[in-house]
Design a protein around this ligand. Structure first.
Ligand SMILES: Nc1ncnc2c1ncn2[C@@H]1O[C@H](COP(=O)(O)OP(=O)(O)O)[C@@H](O)[C@H]1O
Ligand SMILES: [Mg+2]
Length: 367
């Protein structure tokens, strides 16, 4: 008579299966729930730290390998997937935004590199994995988020809280909905500080897994005070192949490092041209600089986004590509980058939790 598989044997077999990125046992991390044996099948719920997890297949393979043919009597594994996005522990001296688990800044050394395009499409890509996502546009030089998402309304206040605008399942707030575009930037700067406090703390964001924040380009006073005000999980640096070597990128990295904001990675945008007719790739500018930059600075490389007319025009109906054409190959590129980013967020939160409390760094002078 065949041996009846037991729960104890299943637990023993699973005790050594590690999370491929965090390098800790899944059991210890509380990621395996509701373990049970039904006949010859082992069943369990796997609770990931992000629904965008790029390692789902690998985790499944490793669980299978540890159990099937190892635990006597088990012939199959059935997994239910779930996610509970980890929360940023935050930096000392910064107020948390209630309900918002992670704030990720999208930054660039200069304008025109596709920061807003990347922020909008990444937010949408994260949302498509099942995460709850908001988008906060603080770029006073070019608050283009409303244009890209076709938002014309001003946000309204209900019971003393500002209700964010909605676009394609995202909750959105933009400095563009309140500033006067004809006013020079020097006037918009002080307004920004005020508006930002409101945008963070007086907006009814609800529960969000990720709030993607489009920062103004560069590393001036405005960026500095923003990066100091917002309780960031981390920052992403967007470059194009031509501008990776410019001093501004290095300055950006230095600014976040000094503020002790983790850099979650580098994205190379406008990386090669994908011909919409024949699908052939032409490297109009050089390519690979973003990866080299990441490697030399010891930062994660999150991916390359090609120069593509569909990324510029989106679906043609004023909606960004990932919302309008989620099945397009270019949208898959954004899904890939979003998964890498989400994994980096999980790791940053894990490190912050595991490591010692970070001492507060020297405050940079902000005028
Ligand atoms: N990968 C891309 N392929 C094609 N066009 C792009 C791509 N990324 C950005 N663009 C276009 O380049 C211009 C600048 O992009 P934008 O996102 O506004 O840059 P930034 O926010 O850095 O100033 C826009 O017209 C945008 O549509
Ligand atoms: Mg922009």
């Amino acid at each position: 008579m065949p041996e009846q598989p037991t729960l104890a044997a299943l637990e023993d077999a699973l005790a050594h299966v590690q999370d491929p990125e965090l390098h800790r046992p899944l059991m210890q991390l509380g990621m395996l729930k509701n373990l049970r044996v039904e006949g010859t099948t082992a069943r369990m719920r796997v609770v990931l730290t992000t629904p965008a997890c790029p390692l789902k297949d690998r985790i499944e393979q490793e669980i299978r390998a540890a159990v099937v043919g190892v635990v006597p009597g088990i012939q199959a594994v059935q997994l239910d997937w779930d996610a509970n996005v980890s929360r940023t522990r935050g930096l000392p001296g910064r107020r948390d935004v209630e309900g918002v688990r992670n704030i990720v800044a999208i930054s660039a050394g200069k304008g025109g590199v596709g920061k807003t395009t990347v922020a909008v499409n990444l937010a949408l890509a994260l949302q498509r994995t099942g995460a709850r996502v908001g988008l906060l546009d603080t770029d006073i030089y070019g608050p283009n988020v409303p244009i890209m998402l076709g938002l014309r309304d001003r946000p309204e206040s209900v019971d003393g809280r500002i209700v964010p605008l909605q676009a394609d399942g995202l909750k959105v707030m933009s400095i563009g909905t309140i500033i006067d575009p004809d006013k020079p930037v020097v006037w918009r700067g002080p307004m920004l500080a005020n508006a930002l406090q409101q945008f963070l703390f007086e907006v009814a964001w609800g529960e969000l897994d990720y709030l993607v924040c489009d920062l103004p380009p560069g590393t001036g006073d405005i960026q500095l005070s923003l990066a100091q005000t917002i309780p960031l999980t981390g920052a992403v640096i967007v470059t194009t192949p031509q501008d990776v070597s410019i001093a501004d990128v290095t300055k950006g990295i230095a600014m976040f490092t000094q503020l002790r904001v983790p850099i979650l990675g580098v994205i190379e945008n406008m990386s090669g041209f994908l011909c919409p007719h024949c699908g052939e790739r032409t490297d109009i500018f050089s390519r690979g600089g973003g990866r080299v930059l990441a490697e030399t600075r010891n930062l994660p490389f999150l991916g390359e986004i090609p120069l593509d007319p569909r990324i510029r025009t989106g679906g043609g109906d004023g909606r960004p590509l990932v919302a309008a054409m989620p099945e397009a190959p270019e949208a898959a590129v954004f899904q890939h980058v979003a998964a890498q980013l989400a994994a980096q967020v999980s790791q940053a939160n894990f490190r912050a939790q595991a490591g010692p409390v970070m001492p507060s760094g020297p405050r940079l002078p902000v005028r």
